[in-house]
Design a protein around this ligand. Structure first.
Ligand code: PRX
Length: 654
């Protein structure tokens, strides 16, 4: 492979030094693994699962595939919490740091595997004492404190299916998730810290549970983080530390329940193409195998590594690569509570230098935001401990890639650009850094066992090099098993577009070296700062406002966040003169309905929205308007062409 016109940003092979120490060495090492998985996926995954995971009982079959329903490691028994804790605490890793935590105000905690096991067991005993057991569901709504991981692992230990709700979601969003999941307990905090301010969480829980709208909730357990005043409802709310203090001496241990490989581990809500978020269901054995294997393949994890994934645990990246993947693989995982720019723009670089971080995994949005502040911030710190960098959540533009490579990695550290989704559980297209030459902006090659394809509207493969829809032709262990409570939506959403194949919702292109280039979503899902947000979700929030008649929402290209939320709004009669005030109010309204991260960048008021004769809003036109203020192509199906002219002439009212 050479740097040619087709790779204008060059090809970056791994250095001989990196290859020498890598788990998978050279392109032949990768190809060998890939070939073995392709030829006999069951034997391949069976071997990986036997080597890397502890099973109380082995499977009778590796895979039972009845499209679209997969069962991995059929009949086997295991436990995620056991794999993340007990087996390391009984090994040379007993006193190794499992979680290295830094709070935003600057505190540090170094929690060893042995100590983490003790904390998890104690909290599992708290849950047990409240009558919670396998099959029950919990909601975890916490900031990035170690107790968030403790709560997840305690639930996993007992077989309680958890759903972590990102702390940036509002009370409304929290309520919808509690109701959909039928959870019986909420585990939360008084609050957390973000940019020096307290983010209150318990008041949002109170709001979500008010007026008896979540009747399944029997218990609210509150971990004290900030010490601020919160109201506690008697008979429902308890302090974590008080429940802990009431445990007997024997509570330092709690056996891990031997769970079926297909026991539901967690549900994570993500945005789809409707207003209602989807509860993505992940199971135990397959998910654990997938995230553990990719720690070694993609992060080339060494026992001596300090591994830092800067994602919030409220998103899938945090589930798989802050908690479950790193801990199952026996890593030291760094957890940071706060913002990258607090108190100054060098917080990330300071953390890397202070803790001698070896692998740093973050989002292109964070990189772009930090580039803007100038090289003097990273240059003031010793980043020489870094040996590997990673990127996730959205396409990384070559300019950001080059900066990350040169200024942060000093030209020594490969960058693993990892493509995956909440639904895929773990990485699916990503380089093995000691094996695969990199091309800035490409996720490179598929993981072993992953068979992607690029197809047209009719499901036929496109010619090599052409753009099309990215699909996956074979099941993989970490794959989504269902949408919680909605198997029909699961089938319809992912499995009907190309029969027998998984539809990713992304457009992509595969070049002549077999490298995949992800081009973005093809559905009505926006990607804001690497976070998924549905246009319909924002529209549903807007039309709940008493003055709004209709709303259409599209993603607008944004220099830092990739996309920004842009809303077209028509008002009910009598409110036309209140644009400026209303613009502000509606942005706040959306933040209240969904969460601050969904706050629209722009509200444009219009008399009418462009629609087809059948009444469908023509989003393509709106997307064009927000990206270039012009429209092109076929608009003959428009009901009212004059609408377009008016929309294009509008300026931001807010
Ligand atoms: O469009 C793709 C984009 O993020 C979507 C998945 O979002 P979510 O489920 O929130 O998970 C994000 C973290 C795994 C994908 O459909 N995406 C994710 N990673 C990349 C990406 N786009 C380009 N390159 C990536 N590395």
């Amino acid at each position: 492979m050479s740097t040619t016109e087709k790779d204008p940003h060059g090809v970056y092979p791994p250095s001989p030094e990196f290859v020498r120490h890598a788990h998978v060495q050279g392109i032949d090492g990768y190809r060998d693994l890939y070939r073995r998985a392709e030829q006999d996926p069951e034997a391949f995954w069976g071997e990986i699962a036997s080597e890397q995971i502890h099973w109380f009982e082995k499977w009778t079959r590796v895979l039972d595939w009845q499209p679209p329903f997969a069962h991995w490691f059929v009949g086997a028994k295991t436990n995620v919490s056991y794999n993340c804790l007990d087996r390391h605490a009984a090994s040379h890793r007993k006193n190794k740091i499992a979680i290295l935590w830094e709070g935003e105000p600057g505190e540090h905690r170094h929690i060893t595997y042995q100590e983490l096991l003790r904390l998890v067991c104690r909290f599992a005993n708290v849950l047990k004492a409240r009558g919670l057991k396998a099959g029950d569901r919990s909601i975890i709504y916490m900031p990035m404190v170690p107790e968030l991981a403790v709560a997840m692992l305690a639930c996993a230990r007992l077989g309680i299916t958890h759903s972590v709700v990102f702390g940036g979601f509002s009370a409304e969003a929290l309520k919808a998730r509690i109701q959909d999941l039928g959870a019986s307990v909420v585990i939360t905090c008084d609050g957390g810290y973000r940019r020096g301010k307290e983010v209150a969480l318990k008041p949002a829980v109170d709001e979500a549970l008010a007026a008896g709208e979540c009747p399944t909730i029997k218990d609210v357990i509150v971990y004290k983080r900030t010490g601020s005043n919160v109201s506690m409802t008697s008979g429902r709310d308890s302090w974590w530390h008080e429940l802990d203090a009431a445990l007997p001496d024997s509570a330092d241990f709690c056996p891990a329940v031997e769970l079926d490989s297909e026991h539901p581990l967690y549900v994570l809500y993500t945005s789809g193409t409707t207003g209602k978020p989807k509860g993505i269901l992940h199971m135990t054995g397959g998910y654990l195998t997938h995230v553990t294997a990719t720690m070694k393949w993609v992060f080339d994890l060494k026992d001596s590594d300090t591994f830092w994934c800067s994602a919030d645990i409220g998103w899938v990246t945090g589930h798989s690569y802050v908690v479950y993947g790193p801990l199952s693989a026996g890593a030291t995982t760094l957890m940071y509570e706060g913002a990258p720019d607090y108190p100054q723009f060098d917080r990330f670089w300071k953390i890397i230098a202070r803790h001698r971080v070896n692998t740093f995994y973050t989002s292109p949005t964070a990189i772009r935001a930090l580039i803007r502040q100038g090289d003097q911030w990273p240059e003031a710190h010793d980043l020489s401990s870094l040996r590997l960098l990673g990127s996730v959540g959205e396409p990384i533009n070559p300019a950001a890639w080059e900066w990350y490579y040169r200024v942060i990695g000093k030209g020594r550290c490969p960058i693993v650009d990892t493509w995956w989704q909440t639904e895929t559980g773990g990485m699916l297209i990503a380089p093995m850094p000691g094996a695969v030459p990199l091309k800035p902006g490409s996720g490179t090659l598929p993981m072993p066992g992953v068979i992607p394809d690029i197809v047209d509207f009719h499901g036929y493969p496109v010619e090599p090099g052409r753009e099309g829809f990215l699909i996956l032709r074979r099941p993989w262990p970490g794959m989504i098993r269902n949408i919680w409570g909605d198997p029909e939506r699961f089938k319809e959403q992912y499995w009907t577009k190309v029969p027998g194949a998984y539809f990713t919702g992304d457009a992509a292109r595969c070049d002549s070296d077999g490298y995949y280039w992800i081009l973005g979503r093809v559905d009505d899902v926006m990607n804001v700062s690497g976070h998924r947000l549905s246009t319909m979700e924002v529209e549903s929030a807007l039309v709940k406002h008493p003055f709004v008649a209709e709303a259409a929402v599209v993603g607008k290209p944004h220099e830092i966040t990739g996309q920004a939320v842009c809303c077209f709004v028509t008002l009910k009669k009598g409110h036309a003169s209140e644009h400026e005030k209303l613009g502000k109010e509606l942005r706040q309204w959306v933040a209240h309905e969904i969460g601050a991260f969904a706050r629209p960048e722009e509200i444009r008021f219009t008399d009418a929205l462009p629609k087809t004769r059948s009444g469908k809003i023509m989003r393509r036109l709106l997307r064009e308007i927000v990206s270039s203020n012009t429209v092109s192509g076929d608009v003959t199906t428009l009901e009212d062409l004059s609408v377009i002219a008016n929309l294009a002439a509008q300026t931001d009212e807010d």
